[in-house]
Design a protein around this ligand. Structure first.
Ligand SMILES: [Zn+2]
Ligand SMILES: [Zn+2]
Length: 102
């Protein structure tokens, strides 16, 4: 099950479960759209993959047992170990290659 992480792992902005600004890579690395678009150029700083919008888990149970009530968002804030300079260099090496060809 997808872990709905509470913050951008780079700029630490809050990304609550109902945020439409959250982006995730295939490893669930979670960042805000601003970092992904303006800083990473769609290159995950942790794995080099691309991003998609994080799906929105329903707030209410429209089917029994499946909603934020039963599976709430994570409260474990994560932080990228990479510096801004490192991320910019890493992104520059991969951004010209489409995610499906990396
Ligand atoms: Zn961010
Ligand atoms: Zn990643």
């Amino acid at each position: 099950m997808l872990e709905l992480r509470p913050n951008c792992e780079f700029c630490d902005r809050d990304l609550p479960a109902d945020s439409e600004l959250a982006r995730i890579c295939s490893y669930e690395c979670t960042f805000c759209s601003q970092c992904v678009d303006e800083l990473f150029n769609n290159v995950c700083p942790n794995c080099g993959g691309g991003f998609v919008s994080r799906p929105l888990r329903p707030q209410q149970a429209h089917r029994e047992g499946v909603s934020l009530i039963s599976q709430p968002a994570s409260t474990d804030r994560k932080h990228s170990p990479y510096s801004r300079n490192d991320v910019e260099i890493f992104s520059a090496t991969l951004a010209s290659i489409p995610p499906h060809q990396r």
